[in-house]
Design a protein around this ligand. Sequence first.
Ligand SMILES: Nc1ncnc2c1ncn2[C@@H]1O[C@H](COP(=O)(O)OP(=O)(O)OP(=O)(O)O)[C@@H](O)[C@H]1O
Length: 448
Amino acid sequence: MSDLVTLTEVASVAAGAGGLGYAKVRAPRVYWSLVGLPITWGRFSLTYRSTMEVCGLTVQPSGLRAFVTRNMARREVRPVPAKVRRVSPTSTGLRVSLRLPAGLEPADVAAASERLRHAWGVRSVTVVEARPGVVELRMTGYDVLARVKMPRRLRKPGPMVVPVALREDGTVFTRDYRKVPHSLTLGANQSGKSVYQRNLIAALARIPVGLIGIDCKRGVEQTRYAPRLSALATTPQIASELLDALVSEMEDRFDLLSEHGVSDLWELPDAVRPVPLVVLIDEVAELFLVSAKKDEERRDRMVQHLVRLAQMARAVGIYLEVCGQRFGSELGKGATMLRAQLTGRIVHRVNDLQTAEMGLKDIAPDALHAVTTIPPDRPGVAVAGDTSGGWSRIRTPHKSTAEVVAVCREFAHLTAEPAFLAPFRPAVRSEVIPDDAPSLVVPRPVTE
Ligand SMILES: Nc1ncnc2c1ncn2[C@@H]1O[C@H](COP(=O)(O)OP(=O)(O)OP(=O)(O)O)[C@@H](O)[C@H]1O
């Protein structure tokens, strides 16, 4: 009987351990909440002071403070670390808010983040300045980018803010068009650019915004999203006409702003505010492809139009999302000037340092190393930078074309139909077409 009890106990312990081992690999969030979090929290609480001391993150208190608080001379008082203000657990890690003592700055804590990570046995420690004198340590308990799962509940975003990917510190990476109106996505073949675009389209499709596709690979990627597109160009010639129409729409919108005495689309009364537009350019090299001398003129005109849109159209609610493998002077006159206007940068794995530099050197040079070390077996991992000089490693959740097509169909009622885009509206076939069908639109006759 006692042998039986022992066997049952051993079996249940083994099953429990097996379950935890399984959870660690297959459900890291669950494992973190049940096991990792209590251990890390305990380790952090018990070793905080000594860890900060050995990491050089303590300061000698001032003489006055030593006397007032301890009634001791300054040299007799132990150096003090930053004061812990709040510890908050999350489903991916632990957040700790610290008030820095005089003499420490956020960069000091950031420089020690590798040492802190090892001391507390966590996957990563990211240091973010919350406000002057207060930093937040964002610890992640496991590799959140291994299998990306977006949090189910997102904080209510603003009118032109959409969630796209997850950062390695477990926070959500969003595209905020009012803060960063135009963006450039770069990456080698098979690096994850299309999946990034899919996530973006699926998120934008749900909000009241007009989506304009320019996909000069004959529309192989974007024609499927036709139910939610207000316009689609699949050849450089149609794209050129579409850009002409967009520039003249931008001018009309400026007239409207001036009539109402405001300087921004979002200051207009709701009743007269035109729908914001996001122009999604897939594989920009195809758009600028020149096969004959006469094409050069058209290409230069398109670059000029895009530069004008990038310089001015933010105020009238027209935003650019440009995607390509490279974006340098090889794309023609004015291309580098256009790139400078695309201030949001997402750079996936690239084949050479030069391409990484095209994407990030001018805005976040510190991030170049992170781009060149993206492993080929991690498609979808990218470095996101913006003009603040900050950058982060991100990864999109894997999304199939079929999922995005389903979202586009579900939200087809939000498709804006402004008159100036009527000639470019993709004709959606009415019959039900399987998700893996090559095209959902009746192609417009090529006018080249
Ligand atoms: N976030 C991700 N998570 C997991 N797998 C991904 C992710 N992003 C992309 N992949 C996979 O990587 C492969 C390449 O992705 P994708 O087609 O997006 O790359 P791409 O850069 O657009 O390639 P190309 O330039 O050749 O069209 C696909 O098999 C895709 O399923």
